[in-house]
Ligand binder design. Structure first.
Ligand code: FAD
Length: 321
């Protein structure tokens, strides 16, 4: 089986769930080989988690300055690994950083890149969401090693214990004059909830939530379901909820098992970030709201009446106080 390179998303201590999704997707094409960029010692800390999720190889590019330059080291590491193993494909997460890495790597390798893939078959054909979610197309790279950015949530992580062979990648010196240096990092205030792009349930609020205080009903439902909270751009722009939680074309793309939209009209730019969710539930008092066009289940009603009832019911069934 050919190797399939997977770029590891991590925070130095923990491998992000999106990487496990990529490892599961990679198995459709060959043997998943993790490419990890970090400061010295990172690979030793993360190896066990990668092995548990089926990485048959770990290519570690470690250096003290690896994290200082946005994306550059990851592109270098993937290029080096691709030169070593001639992989069937390179998979990265379709996050903002991942898409940048994918584009730069494809330019370096003179190959094709597919962004925002939501599925992948064993022939390398991907299903992609394009033009802000207006169309779903099937595409394949016809020239060179395919570089594929997969949307978080598109694949289920799987535990598939392996005993990865370790390889060291020696990164070239970074050209600091031509690279963007990260000068400071501040941890996002995530609280107890799962990260938006990793959650299997996302409950989002829109302008219909009518204020920052109104988001309590959104949070309560998310907590009852063990999910993450999202928001429409209108809600974010109005200051109801922090920007980092925006879902949509200019926010985060999510594909959870369950997406609940509360007081969100369903503008195309919002749908672009969530319409690949497996099950969509919408609560809106306007029966004509476009969100009902993508919803699997819809409730025409006042979210301040519907959501608390739902929260109580879910909490009762799950035994949450
Ligand atoms: P509205 O469209 O105002 O809808 C509010 C809804 O709440 C209405 O349907 C109303 O019936 C309902 N409602 C009101 N009160 C209640 C109640 N008590 N109970 C139940 N329902 C109620 N938007 C995004 O979300 N994400 C993006 O990334 C994004 N990117 C954009 C990029 C560009 C270039 C542009 C031009 C726009 C972008 N937008 C984005 C904005 C988008 O076009 C919409 O303006 C926005 O999504 C609307 O948010 P909303 O649905 O919360 O608000």
């Amino acid at each position: 089986m050919p190797d399939v390179l997977v770029l590891v998303d991590h925070d130095g201590e923990r491998v992000h769930q999106t990487t496990y999704e990529l490892l599961a997707a990679a198995r459709r094409l060959g043997d998943p080989a993790a490419v990890l960029v970090g400061t010295p010692g990172t690979a030793a800390r993360l190896r066990e988690s990668l092995a548990r999720h089926g990485a048959t190889g770990v290519y570690a590019a470690e250096s003290t300055e690896a994290g200082e330059f946005a994306g550059s080291a990851a592109v270098d590491a993937l290029q080096l690994a691709a030169g070593t193993v001639a992989p069937a494909a390179v998979l990265v997460s379709a996050t903002t950083d991942g898409k940048e890495v994918a584009g730069r790597l494809a330019a370096r390798l003179d190959t094709g890149v597919l962004i925002d893939a939501v599925d992948l078959d064993s022939s390398g054909t991907v299903t992609q969401v394009v033009f802000g979610g207006s169309y779903t197309v099937r595409s394949e790279v016809t020239h060179g090693i395919p570089v594929i950015a997969l949307r978080p949530g598109s694949f289920e992580p799987e535990e598939r214990p392996a005993d990865p062979v370790e390889h060291e990648l020696v990164l070239p010196p970074i050209d600091s004059a031509a690279s963007a240096r990260v000068t400071a990092r501040r941890a996002a205030l995530a609280g107890e909830r799962p990260a938006l792009t990793e959650a299997s349930v996302v409950v989002s609020g829109g302008r219909g939530v009518a204020g920052a205080d109104g988001f309590k009903v959104v949070e309560d439902l998310a907590d009852a379901l063990g999910g993450a909270v999202g928001a429409s751009r209108a809600a974010v722009d109005a200051g109801y909820y922090p920007h980092q939680y925006q879902v949509g074309q200019t926010g985060k793309s999510v594909s959870p098992q369950l997406y609940i939209a509360l007081g969100i009209s369903g503008a195309i730019q919002h749908l672009a970030g969530m319409q690949t969710s497996k099950t969509i539930v919408a609560v809106n008092k306007d029966a004509e709201a476009p969100v009902f066009g993508v919803a699997d289940y819809g409730v025409v009603g006042d979210l301040f009446s519907v959501a608390p009832q739902l929260t109580r019911e879910v909490a009762a069934r799950r035994g949450v106080a």
